[in-house]
Write a protein that binds this ligand. Structure first.
Ligand SMILES: Nc1ncnc2c1ncn2[C@@H]1O[C@H](COP(=O)(O)OP(=O)(O)OP(=O)(O)O)[C@@H](O)[C@H]1O
Ligand SMILES: Nc1nc(=O)c2ncn([C@H]3C[C@H](O)[C@@H](CO)O3)c2[nH]1
Length: 207
């Protein structure tokens, strides 16, 4: 494939993005860039009071992803080196549209475009879909303290937001191959067969 693969794994909270991105990074020996979670100073506050903390949180994620994508550009894309990430930059807009007030969203949208329009975008995407019960199970199993009381209604709207966002990406970036994984029925963690099917799809559609 030309240019080098830049694969983004996406899906709603707890879908398995980091898990799968890590497995694929090992599989293909591609470096992995993961988003910052534990060092995020606003996540726990946000889950306690979304209205109060959403702008700080969305800006924090945006700035971090901006910095990561800048270094992806320098260290991988410009050098024609492959890379795997556990997010697509458009994720910022998915969450911001859901969590910000209109006034904040108007400001955020301008900053988002200013920061990201000229940054490299993935040239392949893996979208892990999953139902609300599956996401709730996985979030519970993972056991992050700040997600303990996550509102199922918030997760449900995010599942829908992701569906719309994928449609949006298909329209705005029609050349982007998107491999969709049915997360409820595909257990790439414990089933070698399920995992190898994903690897095969990537080999056929991306590499
Ligand atoms: N297909 C799967 N089958 C079984 N368990 C899974 C599967 N995918 C992920 N898990 C488990 O679900 C939990 C959440 O996975 P992971 O942290 O990779 O999700 P994520 O999409 O990166 O989450 P976040 O949106 O919070 O960053 C982990 O404990 C992981 O081991
Ligand atoms: N509001 C908001 N905006 C984002 O861009 C964003 N990206 C991730 N997250 C949340 C989901 C997990 O709890 C946790 C780890 O992914 O952080 C986000 N939350």
């Amino acid at each position: 494939m030309y240019p080098a693969p830049f694969i983004a794994v996406e899906g709603p909270i707890g879908a398995g993005k980091t898990t799968l991105a890590t497995m694929l990074s090992k599989e293909f020996q591609f470096p992995l860039v993961k988003e910052i979670v534990e060092e995020n100073p606003f996540l726990d506050k946000f889950y306690e009071d979304m209205e109060q903390w959403s702008f700080q949180l969305e800006m924090f994620f945006l700035c971090n992803r901006f910095k990561q994508l800048e270094s992806i550009e320098e260290n991988y894309v410009k050098k024609q080196q492959p890379i795997v990430t556990d997010y697509h930059v458009y994720k910022n807009m998915i969450f911001a549209e859901r969590t910000l007030s209109k006034k904040h969203m108007d400001k955020y949208r301008k900053i988002y475009h200013l920061l990201t329009d000229d940054l490299p975008k993935p040239n392949a995407m893996i979208y892990i879909k999953a139902s609300l019960p599956t996401l709730l199970d996985r979030i519970k199993m993972r056991g992050r303290s700040f997600e303990e009381d996550i509102d199922p209604a918030y997760l449900k709207t995010l599942i829908e937001d992701y569906e719309l966002a994928i449609e949006h990406l298909k329209q705005t970036d029609p050349g982007l191959p998107i491999i969709t994984i049915e997360g409820d029925h595909t257990d790439f963690v414990s089933s070698q067969q399920d995992y190898q099917q994903i690897v095969q799809n990537i080999k056929e559609q991306v590499l």
